[in-house]
Design a protein around this ligand. Sequence first.
Ligand code: C5P
Length: 323
Amino acid sequence: MTTSGQVRVEREVRVRAPGKVNLSLRVGAREADGYHPLATVFQAVSLYEEVIATPSDELSVSVSGQQADRVPLDLTNLALRAAQLLAVHTGVEAGVHLHLHKAVPVAGGMAGGSADAAAALVACDALWGTAVPREELLELAAELGSDVPFPLAGHTAIGTGRGHLLMPAMSRGEYHWAFAVREEGLSTASVFGVFDELIAGATRLEPEADRALMQALRAGDAHALGRALHNDLQHAALELAPALVEPLAVAEDAGALGVLVSGSGPTVAALARSRQHALVIAAAMTAAGVADQVLTAVGPVPGARVINSARARSADGGPDDSD
Ligand code: C5P
């Protein structure tokens, strides 16, 4: 916060970051560090988390939007941890209040919490004027969680390592989705735990990104992409939430080009032929009562970005002097 004469200038930084769907998720055997090596292809989709950062003497968070009551307000909140990590990394002694407005399902396998963290990094960096280089922000993001770097990057990317090492992937055209959201989330750690039980004793090859899928993306061929969608965690998610077979079946019957559980679930993603067809699939899922909520979205979309950096209000109640 700065003071200039009589005018107290209070900045507000607003950032939005997208959720994701894993078009393909190939998982190797658990390693000594407890994590599984992955080869995944992420696509960022147009369900956005919004984070509004305002100056404060403390670190605090408030939440609104979809399933807001399920988001913790203590330091287990990934966005708060992102702010804290950036402050420590840069030596900034300022606090921040973060307001999260949620549109990505909570604990749904679409990286909503990770998008909050990615957005918080970008918002605090702008608010505090720390100008941390992008590569460093990506490293901080990876410290927060395997899925946090991707919502920073957005678009389409291959993720390796724990899913945190990103390489941009070429993708042509737009892909339309319908999502079946379940009220009760799934814990990523428990889905990986069931995955371990299911593959016990089997030899696992080093996971690799799918060639057919990358080719489909390069060609902008939604039909080929639908055929290539794949998730090694789907079986484990279905063990924990057997009712997910229902939205999968309804979306298939409604002509989806491909259906899968998104990431560690329980959100089910259905690839449509067009925006209109995504609405038809969503309506079919609603009519069949196989989801607590249905959403539609398009991908790929860009990563976390500042959507306004307003000097919100002067102390004399004068008009915004912002962009
Ligand atoms: O990295 P993050 O904290 O988001 O991961 C949550 C949990 O998911 C980990 O504790 C681990 O159990 C599991 N995980 C995994 N292999 C990965 C990513 C996550 O086993 N590549």
